[in-house]
Design a protein around this ligand. Structure first.
Ligand code: SDX
Length: 392
């Protein structure tokens, strides 16, 4: 119930850890941030408030949340010289690769390392990371499109700024749609943390050597990029578009996913921990219906996704392996309806996951955890004498 994982008696920090941040129950499909259910937070909270909860451990009072947003705004300007770095990338560079590089480059422009023991330093690093990461994340899209890079508008909200930074053109102001803002805010909440997943464990591991916060977050971005992890949301859309292009036969792809000779896996299905429905997938599926209906979007891809889900949930292969839709299965459908380009889907996952990465890095450092050093089971050659080249 406490969510603590038994420490590996063999070695200190061999990969499993204790944390107070997020509780998962894979069998029951339960997800809680600091004890609050994901259903409650998705329904009643907002992304900056949930970010504060994850990072500082408590839901903020109204004045604390207002101060948090004000303090983030102090750091939303990104050093102009960072543009020289982004200009070095080819136009078609994948946004996640650009984001990982720009995030690490932030260290060059903010060299002061984080003194986690000093609350003021830690708080400043949190606000700086929340402010600058959002801006550089959208720069990856602007670069891709050949558009001028936008600046954060401190008179507007955090999620509202994301859409402006992405889509506002010199030809005129971007008109935000509250339905889009609410949907994105909810999606960011649902992605905000998820215990010791691949990218979060990477952030903790890199941070355990006392590498800086930006360097650790940059490593997390790279881990999230993989199609088995955060890159799955892009892979789901590409899979659904391929099904659509091939006549919409979802069952053919289900058969492919079961064919042991074929490395194809049904993207958006299965999970290392959830052996039941991913609670986030349920919320996102409901949000997808609401957002598409409100925006008047009739997307055949959503129909294909629902058909695929229905077939998989009845299929013995999938049922016997507890393969259910995960957080990535429906998120891309909403992003697409909001006008977000497919290659930016995993960048949005990173924006949502940022407060979780920060919270986990902060916890690991404040707890003075030792440097990560997983051990191994050696299966190589036994001791043997050296043989000169002429005798090999
Ligand atoms: C995320 O860890 C987190 O919390 C991650 C995340 C987060 O918030 O940080 O939740 C975000 O990464 C969600 C997962 C997104 N990835 C995908 O949707 C990619 C497709 N899913 C799979 O690659 C897979 O399900 C994993 C990687 C997610 C989980 O793999 P597991 O638990 O290691 O499962 P496995 O590889 O041991 O497979 C068990 C069986 C195998 O068959 P058998 O060998 O028993 O015959 O299930 C099969 C697998 O072949 N299987 C699948 C499948 N996933 C597992 N078969 C078809 N399609 C799939 N998607």
């Amino acid at each position: 119930e406490t969510g603590a994982i038994t420490m590996d008696p063999g070695y200190k920090n061999s990969g499993s850890c204790k944390s107070e941040i997020t509780f998962l129950d894979g069998e029951e499909g339960i997800l809680r941030y600091r004890g609050y259910s994901i259903e409650d937070l998705a329904e009643k909270s907002n992304f900056l408030e949930v970010s504060y909860l994850l990072i500082f451990g408590e839901l903020p009072k109204a004045a604390e949340l207002e101060k948090f947003e004000t303090d983030i705004r102090k750091y939303t300007l990104v050093n102009e010289e960072m543009k020289n770095i982004i200009d070095g990338f080819p136009k078609n560079a994948h946004p996640m690769g650009v984001l990982a590089s720009l995030t690490s480059a932030l260290t060059a422009f903010n060299p002061k390392s984080v003194n986690v023991a000093n609350e003021k330093d830690m708080y400043e690093a949190v606000c700086k990371t929340m402010g600058k990461f959002l801006v550089i994340a959208t720069w990856t899209y602007r670069k891709n499109m050949g558009f001028p890079l936008n600046y954060y508008d401190n008179t507007k909200g955090y999620v509202e700024n994301f859409m402006r930074l992405m889509f506002e053109l010199p030809t005129g102001p971007y008109k935000n749609n509250p339905v889009v803002i609410n949907a994105l805010d909810k999606l960011f909440i649902l992605h905000a943390d998820h215990e010791q997943n691949c990218s979060t464990s990477t952030v903790r591991m890199v941070g355990s050597s006392h590498a800086g916060l930006f360097a650790s977050i940059s490593a997390g971005v790279s881990a999230l990029w993989g199609p088995l992890h955060g890159g799955a949301n892009q892979a789901v859309l590409e899979m659904l578009e391929e099904i659509q292009a091939n006549g919409g036969d979802a069952d053919k792809y289900l058969a492919k996913a079961k064919d042991k000779e074929d490395p194809f896996r049904l993207m958006g299905f299965g999970h290392r921990v959830y052996k039941n429905f991913d609670p986030r997938a349920k919320i996102i599926k409901k949000a997808a219906d609401e957002v598409l209906a409100t925006l008047g979007v009739d997307d055949p891809i959503l129909t294909i996704a629902k058909k695929l889900e229905e077939s998989a949930l009845q299929d013995e292969y999938f049922k016997s392996r507890n393969l259910y839709p995960n957080v990535d299965f429906y998120s891309g459908i909403i992003y697409r309806a909001l006008g977000i380009p497919t290659e930016m889907f995993t960048v949005l996952f990173a924006i949502g996951r940022l407060p979780g990465w920060i919270a986990q890095w902060k916890e690991m450092r404040i707890n003075k955890e030792p440097i990560g050093r997983p051990r191994q089971i050696y299966t190589g050659a036994p001791l043997r004498p050296f043989v000169n080249a002429e005798n090999r």
